[in-house]
Design a protein around this ligand. Sequence first.
Ligand SMILES: Nc1ncnc2c1ncn2[C@@H]1O[C@H](COP(=O)(O)OP(=O)(O)OP(=O)(O)O)[C@@H](O)[C@H]1O
Ligand SMILES: O=P(O)(O)OC[C@@]1(O)O[C@H](CO)[C@@H](O)[C@@H]1O
Length: 306
Amino acid sequence: MIYTCTMTPSIDYTTYLPSFRGGELNRTNEVYYYPGGKGINVSRVLQRLGVETTATGFIGGFTGEYVKDFLKQEGVQTDFIETNDITRINVKIKADQESELNGPGPDINEAQLAQLTAKLNSLTSKDWFVLAGSLPKSISMETYREMLATCRENGVPFALDTSGPALKELLQEKPFLIKPNEHELGELFDVTINTKEEAIVYAKNLVESGIQHVIVSMGGAGAILVSKDHVLAATAPKGQAVNTVGAGDSLVSGFLAAFAKDNDPVAAFKYSVATGSATAFTTDLCEKADVEQLVDKVKIETLEWK
Ligand SMILES: Nc1ncnc2c1ncn2[C@@H]1O[C@H](COP(=O)(O)OP(=O)(O)OP(=O)(O)O)[C@@H](O)[C@H]1O
Ligand SMILES: O=P(O)(O)OC[C@@]1(O)O[C@H](CO)[C@@H](O)[C@@H]1O
C-alpha cells in the first residue's frame, strides 16, 4: 500500500479567463473545485493508475468534508485526522499568466499529532510513504524528522516532496525519492538552475549524500533522474499545457506506480514523465489511458555518471 500524507490539503478553486487584472473586478465562467494538496494529488493519480493507495493527513470543516466526499466518489481510500481548522481553499487563476494563492496550514494539537504518529508506526517494509506539500508550522521540524526516521527504521521507503528550509532539513533522513523542480533544487544550494546539465551537478550531490533517487522536474523541458547507477535526461512530450497544477505530483505517482511494480528506475522514470505531462495536458489530473498514449513519446538519454 502506498500511503500519502498531506499535512495541508486544500480545495483547488481553479478558474480560466482570458486575462486577469489585479485591483479590478474580474468575471469568469469556467471554474473547477478539485481536491488538492500534493499528497492527495499523488493518491488520486495512483488510484487512476490502478495502484492501492490511502490518503492521510489533516482535514477539517465543510471544505474538508467536500474533499473527503470527492475522494470517496473517485474510489480513493482515505484515513484523515480531523482538525478544528477549516481546510484551506487555494485559488488557481489561469489567464494570460498562471497565478496561485495558497492558504496556510492548520494548527495541529498533540492529540491529533499522536494519531498520525500511530498510523506511521503501523507501516511495514511492504508499504511506501509519501510526505508531500507544505508542512504546518504548528509541528516542529524535529517532529517531522522523527516521523521520517520512524519510516527509515521500519524499512518503509519514503518519498519527500516539500520545499524551502523544510526540504533542506528533512533530506538528512535520506528519502527513497525526492522531486524538486529546478527552482526548489536551486533553493537548496542557493543557486539558480537553468539547464539539465546544471541540475545534474546538484542532483548528484544529493545522491552522494545518500538519497536514492533524485528527479528534477523542469516543466515542458522534461526532467532528469539521478540515482546511484543512473544519470538520465528525459524530454517531455509536446502538447497543449492546460493546467500544470499537480503535474509534479503526477510525476511522483507515475514513478512510484511503475517502480513498485517492476523495480526498474529507468522504465519508472519514463512512465513518470509521461504521467506528469498527461496531467499538464488536462484541466484535472490525468487518466491511465492518457499516460499510456504518451509513454513512447518520452525520449530518455543516458548520461555519464562521473
Ligand atoms: N508544458 C508542459 N508540457 C509537457 N509536459 C509538461 C509541461 N509542464 C509540466 N510537464 C510535465 O510535468 C512534469 C512536472 O512538471 P513541473 O516541473 O512543472 O512540476 P512542479 O513544478 O512540481 O509542478 P506542481 O508543483 O504544480 O505539481 C514535467 O517533468 C513534465 O513531464
Ligand atoms: O501550499 P503547498 O502545500 O506547497 O502546495 C499546495 C498545492 O499548490 O500543491 C498542489 C499542486 O502540486 C495543489 O493541489 C495545491 O493547491
